[in-house]
Design a protein around this ligand. Sequence first.
Ligand SMILES: [Zn+2]
Ligand SMILES: [Zn+2]
Length: 157
Amino acid sequence: MLCDDCKNKPASIFFKEVLPDKTVELHLCDECASKRGLLGTKKLSPLEILQKLLRQKSAQDEKVICPSCYMSLAEFKRVGRFGCAQCVATFDDHIRHLIKQIHQSDRHIGRKSSSGTKEGFEIYKLREDLKKALDSEAYEDAAKIRDKLKGYGVEDV
Ligand SMILES: [Zn+2]
Ligand SMILES: [Zn+2]
């Protein structure tokens, strides 16, 4: 079946609306469906998802506090960066949880550009890379990653 609108591409979406006096049935291709606004909102990028998640407040955010600089998880979410190296360990589990949610929404996060990404997220990724580099005894890579982390103000890695 071809798209009812453009009569050109194969229809991939069947849309049915029951009105008081008639029933409208439409077979549309993706393009025409989105032109008509029937595809809902556009897919969020991983960064947008992260920002959305970071804006979500939970009751425990105020209670998770870095023992070194006393930054709370709520504060971290607000400013989007760690207060000190200890914060990374303190908030690790919570950030890991966020990252998991992002991975579930977008499997291709690793290939997307990281420009504009929150620093905290970058640090998290670098720490993961560092762990991997050390595990595979790639000490040269590990040193480079350490330097990058130092650039973010993380001394104790
Ligand atoms: Zn069409
Ligand atoms: Zn801290």
